[in-house]
Write a protein that binds this ligand. Structure first.
Ligand code: MN3
Length: 247
């Protein structure tokens, strides 16, 4: 398989290891802030990256208890299960026999959990204390948002509506699509449905209930507005630069 997105700094083995995933290494790009998420741990190629701030730093917009449970329990579970799926597939290849019939189910688990890991790793970095507002004028992300959506206001309305209208659990995603070289807004159901192959997520909002129910209960729109007040646009700009360099 040839791909126009081959990033630098990866061994062939590492690339093959994660190229099986939807968006795995492509989503990483060359963004150094995500490196900790892709360090091998004892149980496989993925690790839970530390939060880049304290649990309470996003208060009052995102509460500390939600951050702790979300990162330490939910995200950790995706990491563990993604590593486990890869290990199970390796065992199936080695032992063969009747276990080969489990490939469909384990592939499903790999896609779900590894995609969950990728998106959460980006999500934590996408937020910061005293974030929000609009990207600084003069940045590429500000210019491309204007070019591809008309205005920041139009983008924000589209992005928030996409997040609000996710059916069930999922994500709103601002992504760079490297073939058309433009920004697109996507929804994802669960972690891995409704994507476009090859896109690089730049800004992602988790709209699973575990991301907001403790503070906002069923008021998803209030949580989405709160998220917009903690967006780390400097990080989104860094991800865009990395995605364009590696496209
Ligand atoms: Mn989540």
């Amino acid at each position: 398989m040839t791909t126009p997105y081959e990033p630098g700094g990866f061994s062939r083995r590492e690339m093959i290891g994660s190229a099986a995933l939807v968006g795995g290494w492509m989503a990483l790009g060359a963004d150094p802030t995500l490196a900790a998420a892709y360090q091998a741990s004892d149980s496989g190629p993925y690790s839970l990256p530390p939060l880049p701030y304290d649990y309470a730093d996003l208060e009052p917009h995102i509460d500390a208890q939600t951050m702790k449970l979300h990162h330490d329990i939910h995200h950790a579970g995706y990491v563990r299960k993604a590593n486990a799926a890869l290990a199970t597939l390796q065992r199936i290849r080695e032992t063969g026999g009747n276990d080969i019939k489990k490939v469909r189910a384990v592939s499903d688990a790999l896609s779900f959990n590894a995609s969950g890991h990728v998106l959460h790793a980006i999500f934590w970095q996408n937020m910061k204390k005293d974030g929000g507002g609009e990207p600084s004028s003069g940045t590429d992300i500000a210019g491309m948002i204007r070019r591809d959506f008309g205005s920041f206001h139009a983008f924000a309305g589209h992005f928030q509506a996409a997040a609000a209208q996710v059916q069930g659990s999922g994500w709103g995603i601002l992504a760079y699509e490297p073939l058309a070289k433009r920004l697109i807004v996507l929804q994802s159901e669960k972690h891995n449905n409704l994507s476009v192959w090859g896109v690089v997520p730049l800004l992602v909002i988790d709209v699973w209930e575990h991301a907001y129910y403790l503070r906002y209960q069923n008021r998803r729109n209030d949580y989405i507005k709160a998220f917009m007040r903690v967006v780390n646009w400097d990080h989104v700009e860094k991800r865009l630069q990395a995605a364009r360099q590696n496209a």
